[in-house]
Design a protein around this ligand. Structure first.
Ligand SMILES: [Zn+2]
Length: 479
């Protein structure tokens, strides 16, 4: 059994070899906490969770770190303009750190619902200002960075390997139209490590160069260095929409600092489209995890995510969710049937068939699929095949309790990787109930409380309870 991972750094599938036997250090770029997590985040963090779980299944102890960006990520991902968190704080008329706390809480609610195992640490750049300043000082000392008018920039031409992760060439980048003109920079491709704050900027700290704040990319270099052994680490995960400039700049900063590789394997997930087009706030198709969880059991969403390979672009459509719902119901019924047979025998001591040992074949096939760069769609196909085979025996009443028990043990083992929490009843809402709830949401938004109360009564009559949550969100449960 050899685990192979597609490494974006080398653009090939490589055998996974940890730096320290039996241990894996893994750092994943986390969300900037200025809004609720969207579908792309859900997809990414479920994928990384399954990778972590499969490494644990394979016997590794995984030190999993995911940051929350709480400063320095500017609107348009550039170096000029407003901080996303400050902008939101002004819009909501609250303190920037209240924005941060609010959306970290929201993200953790989503991750818990999706059964994503918590990271060992969730570092935040505001807690790492001293380390960031020290790191930047060392980069200046090593002549990879320079100070200019109170800000500090990384000098791209001092790092000839720049572009190796994203595959972009510096000369092409230089002639690119999107390079912003900033007279403080020696080269237009240089990027900020420290930014001098203007008077209106709320989140700022003293430094040897100016009262300012860290650039967006430096935090991941500093926090991974601090929490994963101050050396090269095993796996860096993230979303491939951030490969440039964010991840590329991380590589440059860390490798300049360390004098060697930052991470051995780069695992990047692909994005989620909505009905074939890119999700964006301006297109008004920005779907949050919470939007989906209002309508579907979180495990439907988790199974839907696992039904695509983490490196292929996913398309969110209602029918894809419906398909996942029906597959989840199939798994759930299968598990219930197996439990039934197992317990029936425990009471009556009757076997309805001979013990059949076919589980190990499925186990091998499941592992082969997962070893091939975490091919979860294929791994699920193996399970669905096992379900069909088991159901055939069940319909012939030819499945012994011992066999049922073996299959259940196998399921429990591999489900530690899939992470599906099987409830007795998978709650999925009828379309008409969702339509009523949406209508009620609009009524509440327009402060039409009479209509809202009437709609609540109709929903209750249909057999559901509706609970109001923050930001005019809601949760529906079956009575
Ligand atoms: Zn990052």
């Amino acid at each position: 059994m050899v685990l192979k991972l597609y490494n974006t750094l080398t653009k090939t599938k490589e055998e996974f070899k940890p730096i320290n036997p039996g241990k894996v250090g893994m750092y994943v770029c986390g969300p900037t906490v200025y809004d609720h997590c969207h579908l792309g985040h859900g997809r990414g963090y479920v994928s990384m969770d399954v990778i972590r779980r499969y490494l644990e299944y394979s016997g590794y102890e995984v030190r999993y770190i995911m940051n929350y960006t709480d400063v320095g990520h500017l609107v348009d991902d550039g170096e000029i303009g407003e901080d996303k968190i400050q902008k939101k704080a002004q819009a909501e008329r609250i303190d920037p750190m209240e924005v941060v706390e609010k959306y970290i809480e929201s993200a953790e609610e989503d991750f818990q619902a999706l059964n994503i195992k918590p990271a060992i640490f969730n570092p935040r750049p505001t807690q790492y200002i001293t380390q960031i300043i020290n790191f930047v000082e060392k980069l200046i000392e090593k002549e990879f960075a320079y100070e200019s008018n109170g800000s500090v920039y990384f000098s791209v031409e001092k790092f000839p390997a720049y572009g190796k992760l994203s595959g972009r060439k510096t000369d092409e980048l230089e002639s690119g139209a999107r390079v912003e003109i900033n007279p403080e920079k020696k080269n237009p491709l240089d990027f900020a490590l420290w930014i001098k704050a203007d008077q209106n900027h709320l989140l700022k700290w003293p430094s040897p160069w100016s009262v300012g704040y860290p650039g967006w990319h430096i935090e991941c270099s500093v926090m991974s260095y601090d929490l994963l052994g101050q050396d090269t680490f095993d796996i860096h995960g993230g979303g491939n929409e951030n490969i440039f400039p964010h991840n590329e700049n991380e590589v440059a900063q860390s490798e300049a600092y360390l004098g060697k590789k930052m991470a051995n394997y780069w695992l990047l997930w692909s994005m989620v489209n909505i009905d074939g087009s890119k999700m964006s706030k301006s297109k008004n198709n920005h779907t949050s995890i919470k939007d989906i969880l209002q309508r579907y059991d979180p495990m439907v969403m988790r199974l839907w995510i696992l039904s695509s390979h983490y490196r292929s672009v996913m398309d969110y459509t209602p029918s894809a969710l419906e398909q996942a719902k029906s597959n989840l119901q199939k798994i759930s019924a299968w598990v219930a049937n197996l439990k039934n047979i197992q317990s029936r025998d425990a009471i009556n001591r009757i076997s309805t068939g001979d013990e059949i040992d076919f589980v190990h074949i499925y186990e091998r096939r499941f592992e082969e699929a997962m070893d091939d760069d975490l091919n979860t769609p294929l791994a699920l196909a193996v399970i669905y095949e096992l379900i069909s085979e088991t159901n055939k025996f069940l319909s012939e009443e030819n499945l012994s309790a011992a066999t049922a028990e073996n299959i259940l043990k196998f399921w429990e083992k591999i489900n530690k990787v899939l992470g599906l929490v099987m409830s007795e009843e998978i709650l999925t809402l009828p379309e008409e109930v969702v339509a009523l709830a949406e209508e009620r949401k609009a009524a509440r938004h327009n402060k039409d409380f009479q209509a809202s109360d009437e709609l609540r009564a109709t929903i209750e009559k249909a057999g559901y309870t509706i609970e109001d949550l923050k930001d005019n969100n809601y949760k529906i449960t079956k009575k």
